[in-house]
Design a binder for this molecule. Structure first.
Ligand SMILES: NC(=O)c1ccc[n+]([C@@H]2O[C@H](COP(=O)([O-])OP(=O)(O)OC[C@H]3O[C@@H](n4cnc5c(N)ncnc54)[C@H](O)[C@@H]3O)[C@@H](O)[C@H]2O)c1
Ligand SMILES: [Fe+2]
Length: 383
């Protein structure tokens, strides 16, 4: 028997058109004054207006911070927290991709406790309470709506993470109508991020457990089966709904089991070359899976659980099949790119490798130990 603890968000609502019920959930938490945190893309898509109308129609005082940017910075958190304290809000509502949701999560703690992020970066360092928090994803995606982390770029340009069970929102609200406006590249890359969350949760060295395994496998069934259609042209509401659900399940899985070295190798690409989180993961998934293949039976296990035709073959055959399936999806989504085509120079490999090697928390969770020379070779493979 294995000891484990599993935590997740208390209330998860999956409802088409559900965004227009957000105020009802906030009122249920005893709130009357809401800060909405979002970004310009989500405003342009019309989702912010719909949400703000729902709150003002329900008699709420509403203020907003709509200047969240990609890889959100500390400054954005403080600016949004100032809006929150200046207006005496009693709840925070995040609507957007992982960037907006992560800022909303950080604001719910920073505004309530009047603290600096340096005091809470790291694992379980949030001492005080947070403001009531409702998270509404518009990508499928990071799963941030059900995770215990907020990824913020610190003043030194490094991505840092607040990890705390206090960051589990009060309500995660999934509305398939919101993801219809995602640009195809965002749909494809955020979908691959979700796939990586599920794979890395399932192969996690120390923290995987029967619940995270079950969630990761169901997430992969939904994500692998729908990503191409959901990221392609056309409405495909059923496929987008399955992606939204899959991304959320993957978020629950990795929030308990942790992610590993695909993320560890994606982070330096984001920091140094400002490639999006999902795209950086799309670039690194294949070389890391190949590096890990000889050291884990979990890829074969995923392959067999998802593709019954693999049931009688060897572990090697099932592992190969699974990795080739991932490669085929990347190719179909046109994400099978080389670093040299994205502004990376050969001499950058050393700094990238040192950056990835330094991601100790993530590499410790990887099924195969990674040395500095391995890190150089992994980046060279996709150079
Ligand atoms: N907290 C977590 O658990 C967690 C997990 C993974 C990633 N992250 C973080 O999340 C961030 C990435 O989030 P993301 O990949 O969702 O991207 P994002 O939030 O940065 O959004 C990407 C772009 O897509 C636009 N967009 C989003 N939804 C849209 C929609 N429905 N219609 C039109 N445009 C839309 C946004 O305006 C933005 O320009 C990174 O900072 C990453 O580190 C957090
Ligand atoms: Fe991720």
């Amino acid at each position: 028997m294995k000891n484990f603890t599993f935590c997740t968000t208390r209330t998860i609502v999956n409802e088409k058109g559900g965004v227009s019920r957000a105020a009802e959930f906030a009122a249920g938490l005893g709130c009357k004054r809401a800060l909405i945190v979002t970004d310009k893309g989500v405003v342009a898509a019309g989702h912010y207006d719909k949400l703000a109308r729902c709150f003002s129609g329900a008699g709420f005082n509403v203020c907003d911070y709509r200047d969240v940017g990609p890889d959100p910075s500390e400054k954005m958190v403080y600016a949004a927290a100032d809006v929150a304290t200046g207006n005496g809000v009693d709840c925070v509502v995040g609507i957007g991709g992982g960037s907006a949701l992560d800022v909303a999560k950080a604001v719910s703690v920073v505004a309530e406790n009047r603290i600096r992020l340096d005091e809470i970066f790291g694992v379980e360092r949030v001492a005080g309470a947070r403001l009531p928090l409702i998270l509404i994803p518009t990508t499928a995606g990071t799963g941030s709506e059900v995770t215990y982390s907020s990824v913020i770029t610190a003043a030194d340009g490094k991505k840092k993470v607040v990890i705390s069970n206090k960051l589990y929102a009060d309500v995660a609200l999934l509305d398939v109508e919101l993801t219809a406006t995602m640009p195809p590249f965002v749909a494809a890359t955020t979908g691959v991020d979700a796939i990586v969350h599920a794979i890395e949760a399932f192969t996690s060295v120390s923290k995987k457990n029967p619940i995270s395994d079950m969630l990761a496998l169901e997430a992969l069934r939904l994500l692998l089966g729908n990503i191409e259609q959901a990221a392609g042209a056309g409405e495909h509401e059923e496929a987008r709904s399955d992606m939204l659900l899959g991304a959320m399940l993957a978020g629950q899985a990795f929030s308990n089991a942790s992610v590993a070295s695909v993320h560890g190798f994606a982070y330096p690409l984001g920091e140094m070359f400002h490639l999006s989180h999902g795209f950086s993961n799309s670039l690194m998934i294949s070389p890391i899976l190949r590096f890990n293949a000889s050291a884990t039976r979990h890829y074969a296990e995923i392959g067999r659980r998802l593709f019954p035709e693999l049931s009688s073959g060897s572990d090697e055959a099932a592992t190969d099949f699974f990795i080739q399936k991932i490669d085929a999806i990347l190719a179909a989504l046109k994400l099978d790119k080389k670093l040299r085509d994205l502004g990376v120079r050969e001499q950058d490999v050393e700094e990238l490798a040192r950056g990835a090697f330094g991601q100790e928390r993530l590499n410790a969770n990887n099924p195969r130990k990674i040395g500095l020379e391995d890190a150089r070779a992994i980046y060279r493979e996709v150079f």
